[in-house]
Design a binder for this molecule. Structure first.
Ligand code: DGL
Length: 267
């Protein structure tokens, strides 16, 4: 790819499903001149309770699709895929890769009660990355690690306010609050779509840390060049699941109409 083409190449963004759309929104706000290709692995979501080998295989396939298509950087808009596969993808590809991990560091700096509650998938909660963060920043702060099985599924189904979603949130949040948590880390990108429901449970005295703004700043730092703002930026979507369903979801959350394609199957 020539340099001028590389500057205008899109940025690849990937999640197990629709959770990463919360990150994509922040990326587009921070970098309005950039184009994006978003891949939702809806057919295999959620990743939260799947094996590491399965997640690494999916992340490899999707990253190869995006890199083969000419993206200039990759954002893993999924904590689970990041903690399992980021190291492997960095060895495979020679382009900037922005990965996610639960925002435990900023949360331990924000808390006044010295108790932080981390909500994430089972895989993320039990990952070496989270153990490392707790060791580094959890010495003077109690970090409560709460796996949330079933919660990302509710978001995938568009059930942001259903009785089951509220019951799950209650069960995951109230014990941590009873233990004194005044700061909650959303350690799964799907949970950003539940921010209103979470605020109904916590009330205004609890700080909810949602990292998409920090990811956008990190992407801006690692991009080799920024294109001129006058250019027309576009977002293209791919899904391993139903393209009409993703299209309908995008409309429901107020995203502008853009093409949604079916992700080519693994060879
Ligand atoms: N959105 C993902 C995350 O940030 C994964 C949710 C899932 O597929 O279980 O962890």
């Amino acid at each position: 790819m020539r340099t001028s083409e590389a500057i205008f190449a899109p940025i690849g963004v990937y999640d197990s499903g629709i959770g990463g759309l919360s990150v994509l929104r922040a990326l587009r706000e921070a970098l309005p001149a950039e184009s994006f290709v978003y891949v939702a692995d809806n057919a295999h979501a959620p990743y939260g309770d799947r094996s590491a080998a399965f997640i690494e295989t999916r992340a490899t396939h999707i990253s190869q699709f995006l890199v083969g298509g000419g993206v200039k950087a990759l954002v893993l808009a999924c904590n689970t895929a990041s903690v399992v596969a980021a190291q492997h993808l960095r060895k495979l590809h020679g382009l900037p890769i922005v990965a996610m991990e639960p925002a435990i560091k900023p949360a331990t700096q924000l808390t006044r009660s010295k108790v932080v509650l981390v909500l994430a998938t089972t895989n993320t909660i039990h990952s070496p990355a989270v153990a490392r963060l707790c060791h580094a920043y959890g010495q003077e702060v109690k970090v409560i690690l709460q796996p949330c099985p079933g919660l990302a599924d509710q978001v995938e189904r568009g059930q942001f306010q259903s009785t089951r979603t509220r019951r799950l949130l209650d069960g995951f949040i109230r014990p941590g609050m009873a233990a004194g948590a005044d700061t909650i880390v959303l350690g799964c990108t799907h949970y950003a779509f539940l921010a209103e429901e979470i605020a109904l449970i916590t009330g205004p005295s609890v700080t909810v840390v949602e990292p998409s703004g920090a990811i956008a700043r990190q992407l801006a730092r690692v991009l080799p060049n920024t294109p001129a703002p006058a250019r027309t930026a576009a977002t293209t979507y791919y899904t391993s699941g139903s393209a009409p369903a993703l299209s309908a979801f995008l409309t429901a959350i107020g995203e502008p109409a853009e093409p949604v394609y079916t992700l080519p199957a693994t060879r």
